[in-house]
Design a binder for this molecule. Structure first.
Ligand code: OKS
Ligand code: ZN
Length: 309
């Protein structure tokens, strides 16, 4: 696979006991070190204009000012350092790259995977939360729509947490479909089955909250029976995966039970959906906090595309 990566994403410092650490990216790269066909692409950071595709201008300014002042706690979970501003722009830029690379992927059709941090799916139009500042996947989706590279984008979020930010940003839009499987009762508490969109977006949001302890098999059944048919009916040009690895059975902050092999199965399932929908496919990293489980699982996704060794 082609991995979007930038050292600048390491400059978002969260402190010694924070699970969303720069070591996550180092672990992923270590895990891929002896795999074939790994290519790293350092995409440009997002332009402020592109961040505006998903965020309020005053909010963007307030993040910049907070970083310039040295940072601190935005909320109890969401920590800012001086390097957060550049890292957040880099992370959004990598997601934009993934969307664009997927859509222009006639050259060998290498599936792009953006491994940026900070993650994005909790970030609202005008607020940071849950370790997220800019909603990387939303910026990527709206940017390729704004540029005319895509008319319709589907997003499937397999992170263990509900992507409240992504859902809200697109809640009233008919050109972006958002589907999430998440652990019921976990942070941030949104993502009820009854949240289905509004106005032009009615029916373009789909939430499947699953009980703690759910295994890979249930995820695969949901993909083949519910999410796959809905994505195919939506008929997107681009299918983006908000790929969090925190539903892993050994992740420290969730109780879901997807195995390392299981993430390979999820990757194969979304590839099949993209193929059936005739849509380009790209992955964008969200959460995942066990360093070994994260790196093993990303490697497993890579192997589904580029062969087992
Ligand atoms: C509440 C716990 C905060 C959890 C943040 C979740 C981050 C994440 N004190 N989102 O996908 O992985
Ligand atoms: Zn998560």
């Amino acid at each position: 696979m082609k991995f979007g990566y930038s050292d600048t994403c390491l400059d978002h410092e969260t402190g010694v006991r924070h699970p969303e650490s720069p070591d996550r990216l180092r672990a992923i790269r270590r895990g891929l070190a002896d795999a074939h066909s790994v290519e790293y692409v350092e995409a440009d950071p997002s332009e402020r204009e592109r961040i505006r595709a998903a965020h309020d201008g005053e909010y963007i300014d307030s993040i910049e000012t907070f970083c310039d002042s040295g940072g601190g706690n935005w909320d109890a979970d969401t920590v800012v350092s001086e390097g957060t501003w550049e890292a957040a722009l880099a992370s959004a830029g990598l997601a934009e790259w993934a969307a664009e690379a997927a859509l222009s992927g006639s050259d060998g059709r290498q599936t792009p995977f953006s491994i940026g941090r900070p993650p994005g799916h909790h970030a609202e139009e005008d607020d940071a939360m849950g370790f997220c500042f800019f909603n990387n996947v939303a910026i990527a989706a709206q940017s390729v729509i704004d540029s005319g590279e895509a008319d319709r984008v589907a997003i499937f979020d397999w992170d263990v947490h509900h992507g409240n930010g992504t859902q809200d940003i697109f809640y009233d839009q008919g050109n972006v479909f958002y589907a999430s499987i998440h652990e019921d009762g976990l942070y941030p508490g949104t993502g009820d089955v009854e949240e289905t969109g509004t106005g032009a977006g009615e029916g373009t949001t789909m939430n499947l909250p699953f009980a703690p302890g759910t295994t890979t098999a249930a995820y695969l059944a949901a993909l083949s029976e519910v999410i796959g048919p809905a994505v195919e009916a939506f008929d997107p040009d681009l299918f983006l995966i908000s790929a969090g690895f925190d539903p892993h059975e050994h992740d420290p902050i969730s109780r879901m039970r997807v195995s390392t092999e299981g993430f390979g199965c999820l990757a194969a399932a979304v590839r099949e959906i993209a193929d059936d929908a005739d849509a380009a496919l790209g992955f964008v990293l969200e959460g995942g906090y066990g360093l070994d489980t994260l790196s093993d699982s990303v490697r497993k996704v890579h192997e589904v595309f580029d062969g087992y060794q």
